[in-house]
Design a protein around this ligand. Structure first.
Ligand SMILES: Cc1cc2nc3c(=O)[nH]c(=O)nc-3n(C[C@H](O)[C@H](O)[C@H](O)COP(=O)(O)OP(=O)(O)OC[C@H]3O[C@@H](n4cnc5c(N)ncnc54)[C@H](O)[C@@H]3O)c2cc1C
Length: 411
């Protein structure tokens, strides 16, 4: 793979404090100095690769750049919401960075839930070893026979039997289940709507993956790859009621907490990858001649450069604007949905143009572009498909308009 295309450099932003500029500079030094040049080696699964990963992890810990999503008391960096978002943009220049900075999907989302909803005992048993990297976890919500975009339709049921929950159902796309020590499972615990309406039907329950009745049926291949996205049968799985996260019926809210602000981090991640794709595209057009002249002089190619620049800057400004609104405590639900639609689409376009200038090499495994393309396309479905987010935006705008308020949220 082309590891030589490292012209990525982070510019200090005078509008940000010195603290975050410093974090971004040090993150960039590790990503460009240690991770990108070693991407081929880091992808392998041998002792040398593990030793390399351990060395980089040691450095990120020593530099205080470990687990930006977690507060310090749980072994994280305590970066704060905005700093974490800005850091992500640089960290994502390599698709391999996140775990080397202590952010391992889907564990990081589960850790966030455990911090907020876990009891002291749940934190000791599941959160702490997860943060130390001793155990992995997975998140089991989507079902093959129900629309994942409608979380109220979940059919996996948990029924109380004395001091236990008994769980029956079928899930799929539970990423990372084969390596996981526990799953956070979204279960229907109430047939009738509670005081909070349909939102009260679901509860999240911790299920150890060695519990009798927990069976992985298969890994669902995604884009032809076995990414460990598992189909799982829960057949009379019994767990103590103390494995329940939060109050009965809080599952939907907990899922929103996991996904809501997390979408900003995902978008900043996508923007970081757009930087890399753009950088690779520039490298290519600067160094390759086609039809009697440098690629960079062809107007089609210059159009690609301009359009990708516009896409990246627009996506970035929109995401930062949304992050600032969340940070200010302003209602940002429409903005979160807006970035969830706009950023993956921009990401897909930016990578697509980069692939185009690389020709056949662009769809080969010799650049990171083809994997980025698959990732960008998948993001338009994950965490809520585009259509569902568009509906959220329209409903919220119309409601405000009907109430005689500005459609601009929290301006
Ligand atoms: C690589 C990958 C990893 C994943 N990892 C996990 C995981 O770890 N844990 C987990 O629980 N899930 C996971 N998922 C599942 C993911 O969260 C769901 O795919 C997503 O929520 C969409 O649900 P669905 O696939 O059932 O699509 P559906 O809800 O069936 O939607 C399909 C399509 O229907 C259309 N649609 C839906 N609603 C509307 C509407 N109201 N109006 C108009 N059109 C509409 C949209 O075009 C949408 O794309 C993963 C998925 C992928 C691809």
């Amino acid at each position: 793979m082309d590891a030589d295309a490292i012209t990525l450099a982070v510019a200090d932003n005078p509008a940000l404090g010195e603290g975050i500029n410093d974090i971004r500079r040090r993150t960039a030094a590790i990503v460009t100095g240690e991770i990108i040049p070693n991407e081929d080696a880091l992808r392998r699964d041998d002792d040398d690769a593990e030793a390399l990963r351990a060395r980089i992890r040691e450095r990120t810990r020593a530099e205080g750049l470990w687990a930006p999503h977690l507060p310090r008391e749980y072994g994280g960096m305590g970066a704060g919401f905005l700093n974490h978002a800005y850091m992500n943009e640089v960290l994502a220049w390599s698709p391999l960075s996140n775990p080397l900075f202590g952010v391992v999907a889907p564990d990081s989302g589960n850790q966030t839930i455990l911090v907020k909803y876990g009891t002291e005992e749940q934190k000791r048993r599941w959160l702490e070893p997860s943060v130390r990297g001793e155990i992995r976890s997975c998140y089991s919500m989507t079902e093959p026979d129900q629309p994942g975009s409608d979380p109220y339709s979940i059919q996996t049921r948990a029924v109380r039997d004395g001091d236990e929950w008994v769980i029956n159902g079928r899930k799929w796309f539970t990423s990372g289940a084969r390596r996981a020590a526990f799953a956070i499972v979204m279960c229907r615990t109430q047939e009738e709507d509670g005081e909070g309406g349909a939102r009260d039907r679901m509860t999240q329950i911790i299920v150890p993956t060695d519990a009798p009745g927990f069976t992985i049926v298969r890994s669902v291949p995604v884009w032809g790859h076995d990414g460990d996205h598992c189909e799982i049968v829960y057949d009379n799985v019994r767990v103590p009621v103390t494995n329940q996260l939060g109050r009965t019926g809080s599952g939907h809210q907990a899922a929103q907490d996991r996904l809501g602000a997390g979408r900003v981090f995902h978008c900043m991640n996508s923007i970081g990858q757009m930087w890399r794709a753009f950088d690779l595209m520039l490298k290519r057009v600067m160094t390759r001649d086609v039809h009697g002249g440098p690629m960079r002089d062809k107007q089609f190619v210059q159009g690609f450069i301009a359009d990708s620049y516009i896409d990246i800057q627009a996506a970035r400004l929109m995401t930062i604007h949304c992050a600032e609104r969340i940070d200010a405590g302003v209602d940002a639900r429409a903005d979160i949905s807006a970035i969830k639609v706009a950023v993956p689409a921009a990401f897909e376009r930016v990578v697509d143009r980069a692939i185009q200038v690389y020709g056949a090499k662009g769809v080969s495994g010799d650049t990171p572009l083809e994997a980025m393309y698959r990732g960008a396309r998948t993001l338009r479905i994950l965490d809520g498909p585009d259509e569902v987010h568009r509906i959220v935006i329209a409903k919220r705008v119309l409601a405000r308009y009907r109430d005689g308020m500005s459609w601009d949220f929290g301006a």
